[in-house]
Ligand binder design. Structure first.
Ligand SMILES: Nc1nc2c(c(=O)[nH]1)N[C@H]1C(S)=C(S)[C@@H](COP(=O)(O)OP(=O)(O)OC[C@H]3O[C@@H](n4cnc5c(=O)[nH]c(N)nc54)[C@H](O)[C@@H]3O)O[C@H]1N2
Ligand SMILES: Nc1nc2c(c(=O)[nH]1)N[C@H]1C(S)=C(S)[C@@H](COP(=O)(O)OP(=O)(O)OC[C@H]3O[C@@H](n4cnc5c(=O)[nH]c(N)nc54)[C@H](O)[C@@H]3O)O[C@H]1N2
Ligand code: SF4
Ligand SMILES: [Mo]
Length: 726
């Protein structure tokens, strides 16, 4: 007997619905797009189509591993947790504990529900994550402008008339901080209804090729370009702010330093193009500016993220249909915060500011290597591979050797987890429930869908249970973590006027919750208390309703809601936060600088996913290989052959070249997440590639957010076999 089941794809931010066929042994025999999903409508990409292969990868760990010297021993769960407890018991000072949370935590229920309690239980401020190698500049910009780090507007893709997109390539990535299944189809539809798409990228990507216009930009200079546009809006009297704001005059003043003629040389974008982009943005019926990883992981990442929304505000497009809008996710709950602040504490060694309660991953190696009180000795990694993903990751590779104890929660033995003393593998994807707590907050339509586990756990803990048990070990407490969290949330809501359950009996409400597991009951609670929930009084959402609608539910187009979202002390949009105006000085200081002759940037491939999908046969090979894209003019000028040596301030690599005129002269691109030589993952080891993060530099960061810089890294390139003097 085969069975047909439906679930959300957990592999990227597009949250596509999938329809899987399973045979009686629980093996996936086919994966298709779920046509009845109201959001993804049957869309699927090659990664989603390989979910079965990934799920049944024979190299996935099925039991915990304990390392003894260089040997690994499979152990039972109790023994594994006992070993973790013993390691933790030897920690004399909680300040010497660090946690690193990787990207899949943004996709898993375990990451969303148990990350925070676990960190609290560990009692340390050494919290690191992939966020500071990714979107932290956006959180900081949003926190300072709108008062909340998650108040991130998304382009109203399906209705906008004009989209200016910088440093994003959704035809490969399927979109980020903009949850939109079938992003390619939505962009084509934009053009089909007469809208205009402009893509700014140092490479003519597949997204750029689909656009009405592609503008080449020199890496790391988006903040100059955006300021040039802001300057033009003021100079030509095109500013029509959508809302009352603080700081309009300060922004006008700051922009005075960046007229199009003066930023043109630095950005490589002609002044008349900058002026035209400003006029087009201002003149479009509706428009949105959207920028992603190419502009975030750059030296002026926060300024660029800020200027994106400055433009959305100045052109009257923030919070209106067709512009940049704030989604309303089904599990949004309660968040009244103190005024947002960055730098509430500093990292021990480099004194880098905290942001969102985290320290920059760019300083993790410093914290492990530098002796003194608070030196990191115990590391817990959850769903992360910083040896390949962090700037100058190979320094971490060496630093991890100096730890007293390391624990990794990860399904693979890989470049990072090989340093662990204990590896705790989560169960298979199909054994896990799935709800996109994080990503549905960035969706271009309000939408919700829950996928219960499809296969039984067979005695192994869920990832939620693994993290919950770690939290209990770390806190020394006993009991049911979920019940505790649920009671806390109920208590707060019952005390809050207008919460929908004000004054109600907590025990009774707790008993009313449904769900097979603590995670499901917590989801049920969040749905019921959320904006469409049956307890909050504006809808009838609950876990039961989602289980009855396995294809998901459309909750409507985005609606203006700035009033609900804005959490600044002034109650207004802060258009010119002092920290950012201060950073403008740094930007000004660099304007006249001669740019490096060659800079390195990254790229993504449709069939890849950071460092961990390279062990799935059908996904690797072909065009998905680790090559250095380089303009043919540079190949000729530098006298290069099929391979070249790339050097940076931090390291060097020998890489195969991929000459292509789709990349600007003076720019080279290497994808990240490769470098699997000697990996126990057999397919990945055969397609090893090299790690781009041997070249990136952890000493350069985006100052306001501490974010890593992967784009615009100065490098030199020489033919192989040439010996250079040092
Ligand atoms: N040079 C350069 N470096 C970059 C980037 C770049 O553009 N250029 N991009 C950066 C970005 S945007 C990001 S997000 C980071 C990513 O940085 P990381 O999150 O550190 O790296 P990933 O490769 O995503 O590693 C994910 C890990 O999670 C494991 N995993 C997969 N699924 C699960 C699961 O369900 N549970 C658990 N517990 N583990 C799981 C995988 O085996 C893998 O070890 O890399 C950054 N690094
Ligand atoms: N297939 C696939 N999908 C993924 C991932 C993956 O690894 N593979 N990773 C996921 C993750 S963790 C993330 S964060 C998202 C990222 O999603 P996207 O932001 O769409 O990421 P990329 O596809 O890397 O596109 C970034 C673009 O920025 C360009 N760029 C580089 N430097 C600059 C610059 O200085 N300025 C400008 N304007 N452009 C620049 C690059 O050429 C590239 O085309 O993708 C997610 N989806
Ligand atoms: S686009 Fe993303 S969510 Fe959709 S099938 Fe592909 S990997 Fe899965
Ligand atoms: Mo990311």
């Amino acid at each position: 007997m085969t069975s047909t089941v439906h679930r959300t794809c957990p592999l990227c931010e597009a949250v596509c619905g999938l329809t899987l066929t399973l045979d009686e042994g629980g093996h996936v025999t086919s994966v298709r797009g779920d046509k009845d999903d109201p959001f993804s409508k049957g869309f699927i990409c090659p990664k989603g189509a390989s979910l079965g292969r990934l799920d049944e990868d024979p190299d996935r760990l099925r039991k915990p591993l304990i390392r003894e010297g260089d040997l690994w021993r499979e152990v039972g769960w109790d023994e594994a947790f006992a070993a973790v407890k013993a390691g933790l018991d030897r920690v004399a000072d909680r300040k010497s504990i660090a946690v690193y949370l990787g990207n899949p935590n943004a996709h898993s229920m375990a990451g969303a529900l148990y990350g925070a309690p676990l960190i609290k239980a560990l009692g340390t401020r050494n919290v690191f994550s992939a966020s500071t190698a990714d979107q932290m500049p956006k959180h900081v910009a949003s926190g300072l402008m709108f008062g909340h780090p998650l108040a991130i507007p998304v382009p109203d893709l399906d209705r906008t008339d004009y989209l200016l997109m910088l440093g994003a390539n959704p035809l490969e990535s399927n979109g980020s901080l903009c949850t939109a299944p079938d992003f390619p189809g939505r962009l084509r539809a934009l053009r089909g209804r007469g809208g205009r798409l402009v893509v700014v990228d140092p490479r003519r990507t597949r997204t750029a090729a689909l656009a009405d216009e592609h503008v080449f930009v020199r890496p790391g200079t988006d903040a100059y370009l955006l300021f040039g546009i802001v300057h033009t809006l003021f100079a030509e009297d095109l500013v029509t702010p959508s809302h009352q704001v603080n700081g309009l005059a300060e922004v006008r003043e700051a922009a005075k330093h960046f007229p199009p003629e003066s930023v043109s040389h630095r950005t490589g974008v002609a002044a008349e193009v900058i002026v035209r982009l400003a006029r087009e943005l201002a003149g479009a019926r509706t428009a949105a500016v959207y920028a992603r990883i190419g502009t975030c992981t750059a030296e002026f990442g926060t300024l660029a993220q800020w200027l994106v929304d400055v433009l959305n505000v100045l052109t009257g497009n923030l919070d209106r249909p067709g512009g940049a809008m704030f989604p309303k996710p089904a599990t949004e709950f309660g968040a009244r915060r103190r005024p947002y602040a960055v730098g509430r504490w500093k990292s021990r060694v480099r004194g880098l500011p905290e942001a969102n309660g985290e320290l920059p991953v760019a300083t993790l190696a410093d914290e492990i290597e530098t002796p003194g009180e608070g030196q990191v000795k115990f590391l817990l990694t959850i769903a992360g591979n910083p040896v390949l993903s962090a700037p100058h990751g190979d320094r971490l590779d060496a630093a991890f050797e100096g730890l007293d104890f390391m624990v990794s929660v990860d399904p693979y033995l890989n470049e990072t987890t090989k340093h662990a003393n204990v590896i705790l593998p989560p169960p298979r994807v199909l054994q896990s429930g799935h709800y996109d707590f994080a990503l549905l907050g960035f969706a271009v339509r309000n939408y919700t869908r829950y996928s219960p586990p499809l296969l039984p756990l067979d005695g192994q803990p869920s990832e939620a249970q693994i993290l919950a048990r770690l939290a209990m070990i770390a806190s020394g407490l006993e009991g049911d973590l979920d019940a505790f969290v649920i009671d806390e949330m109920l208590r707060k809501a019952a005390e809050t006027p207008g919460s929908g359950i004000e004054g109600r009996d907590i025990a009774e409400l707790h008993d009313a919750l449904e769900g097979e597991t603590g995670s499901e009951r917590r989801l049920d609670l969040m749905l019921r208390l959320g904006p469409y929930g049956e307890w909050a009084g504006k809808g009838d959402l609950s876990l039961r309703k989602l289980l009855d609608h396995p294809h998901g539910l459309d909750l409507g187009a985005l609606e203006p809601r700035l009033d609900e979202v804005l959490k600044t002390a002034s109650g207004l949009i802060e258009l010119a936060p002092p920290q950012l105006i201060e950073d403008v000085e740094r930007l000004r200081g660099r304007l006249a600088e001669e740019p490096p002759e060659i800079v390195l940037i990254g790229r993504r491939h449709l069939r890849s996913n950071n460092s961990w999908l390279h062990n799935v046969g059908p996904l690797v090979g072909g065009s998905n290989t680790c090559t250095l894209q380089i303009n043919p003019a540079d190949v000729a000028r530098l006298g290069l052959g099929g391979e070249a040596v790339v050097r940076s301030a931090k390291g060097q690599l020998t890489v195969p070249l991929e000459p292509t005129d789709t990349i600007m002269p003076g720019v080279v691109s290497l994808p990240h997440g490769w470098g699997h030589a000697g990996s126990p993952q057999s397919v990945a080891a055969e397609h090893a590639g090299v790690s781009a993060n041997v070249l990136t530099d952890e000493s350069t960061i985006d100052v306001p957010s501490g974010n890593a810089v992967f784009n615009g890294v100065p490098v030199t390139i020489s033919p192989t076999g040439v010996i250079t003097a040092h």
